[in-house]
Design a protein around this ligand. Sequence first.
Ligand SMILES: NCc1[nH]cc(CCC(=O)O)c1CC(=O)O
Length: 343
Amino acid sequence: MQAPPVPLRLGTRRSTLAMSQSQLIADEITRRTGRAVELVEITTYGDTSREALAQIGGTGVFVNALREALLDGKIDLAVHSLKDLPTAPPEGLALAAVPPREDPRDALVARDGLGLAALVEECRAAGRPARVGTGSPRRMAQLAAWARDRGAPLELVPIRGNVDTRIGFVTSGELDGVILATAGLRRIGRHTEATELLDPDLLLPAPGQGALALECAAGNGELRARLGELDDPATRAAVTAERALLAALEAGCSAPVGALAVPAPSSAEDTAPDAVSDDSNDSPARGNVSELRLRAVVGTVDGGSQVQLSATGSTADAAALGRSLAAELLARGAAGLMGERVL
Ligand SMILES: NCc1[nH]cc(CCC(=O)O)c1CC(=O)O
């Protein structure tokens, strides 16, 4: 089909991260289709509010303005961080593509090149707790649980702000370290500043972390088809499982819920839900394309209690896998743990 000569309008937030990931996708669309793409800046409530994100309350504070611009026809497509997207499908819009996922892990950016364990031990020797910044209830819950388990002195300091601001707390010496998504660091070219990429056994990422979502008007069939070329079925299946779990827990993007789906190890024999085991084959390259292993955790922000489970299921019905693991978590008291979050 002949492409119209006008450039596609890609709506984006103004932050460095949003601009970087929008430009990456714009370049990819142009490379594949020859179609020019122009970035259109849209300001969102999440960009202007100085409130803690969790206090704004709703999910999707970053995405609503972009969605309105799509529905109003002011832009043709939007690129979102998938982990910021509410799980409810929006009226009139389509999730046209989920491109290949970046590294889903969280990263520690700490002073003096230190990893988490070394940082905590060094501070302990100095007779004080390590001060690590994160405003995410999910990260707080799991890091606090990790610290409790090993009797490690760790003080979690609630912070927010863009990547520059957050890394700035470490550079200034105000904090010993901060936690950020590795994917975000990579997309703005600052991944070399990470001092440890945290193993999902220690810190399960947010559902959808590291993945992008390309959204356009549901009625724009031609654009949907073109954008669909950027879709990665393996990533889409993984994030479908993670988000189905989040939806079934009735939790939002600021809830203390971690989840990660990866292709199941090829040797896996059992397909039934099981308790969490300590094998950690997270390499998609070695995985079985027909099965997914989904791990999830729900915990209190103080790290006092958490439920962590995993299950393996068919990639073809990733949503069912997410829903069944959510049911298992709820049966083990997950709802009560989420309700206890103190913000
Ligand atoms: N909560 C904000 C947000 N949304 C997406 C990313 C990073 C990129 C991604 O996960 O795809 C970040 C920053 C962070 O958590 O450090």
